[in-house]
Ligand binder design. Structure first.
Ligand code: SF4
Ligand code: SF4
Length: 179
């Protein structure tokens, strides 16, 4: 299977803005911050194969700080052995065309329930985008593009396993706001 082709198509489908223009200008790029109010430093997870195929050597991520998280220390679904966790080189000047899936899909996440894919919002999350409750401002193409991107990505079995696992956790913790 051509994983790189799948990622390239997904990046294209997901090259849509949440609102007209750049929503980050209205909130000070809140979801790009790399340190939270309590001082906790955080980066972002890449999907299985995404770092190697789409990010390594491209210049968006500070590769000297990239971490490999493995099953030994982190909870992961069966079938996923490691995930890359990285930090942006400059989170105030994003190279937007390179931004990873996690940044494209936010504030939506893919959710699989009874085998059906939908997009939902997590109630408990790190960022709390100020536009979550202002759906009337969303670009109408955003949800369509993001859903199509996830349909592509779910062809990769390790990604599907991850999304199934995260969906189960979400249901268990009642951490879902359906659209
Ligand atoms: S927090 Fe929401 S409004 Fe702000 S940049 Fe992120 S997605 Fe856009
Ligand atoms: S890749 Fe870009 S959009 Fe994503 S967190 Fe970094 S600076 Fe923000």
């Amino acid at each position: 299977m051509d994983y790189k082709g799948i990622f390239e198509r997904a990046y294209r489908f997901m090259d849509v803005n949440l609102t007209e223009g750049n929503c980050g200008e209205s909130c000070g790029y809140h979801c790009c911050r790399n340190i939270d109010e309590s001082g906790k430093i955080f980066g972002l997870y890449f999907l299985p194969f995404e770092y190697e195929l789409m990010q390594k050597g491209k210049g968006l991520i500070d590769e000297s700080r990239t971490e490999v998280h493995t099953k030994i220390a982190y909870e992961m679904p069966k079938g996923v052995r490691k995930l890359y966790y990285g930090f942006c080189k400059d989170n105030k000047n994003c190279i937007r065309e390179l931004r990873p899936i996690q940044c494209r899909t936010y504030p939506l996440v893919p959710h699989l329930e009874s085998g059906v894919l939908s997009l939902v919002i997590e109630k408990n999350q790190e960022h709390q985008c100020p536009l979550i409750q202002k759906r009337e401002l969303w670009n109408t193409e955003f949800e369509v593009g993001i859903l199509n991107g996830w349909k592509e990505l779910l062809q990769i079995s390790q990604i599907k396993v991850m999304i199934e696992y995260e969906s189960e956790e979400r249901i268990k913790k009642e951490n879902i706001q359906y659209l």
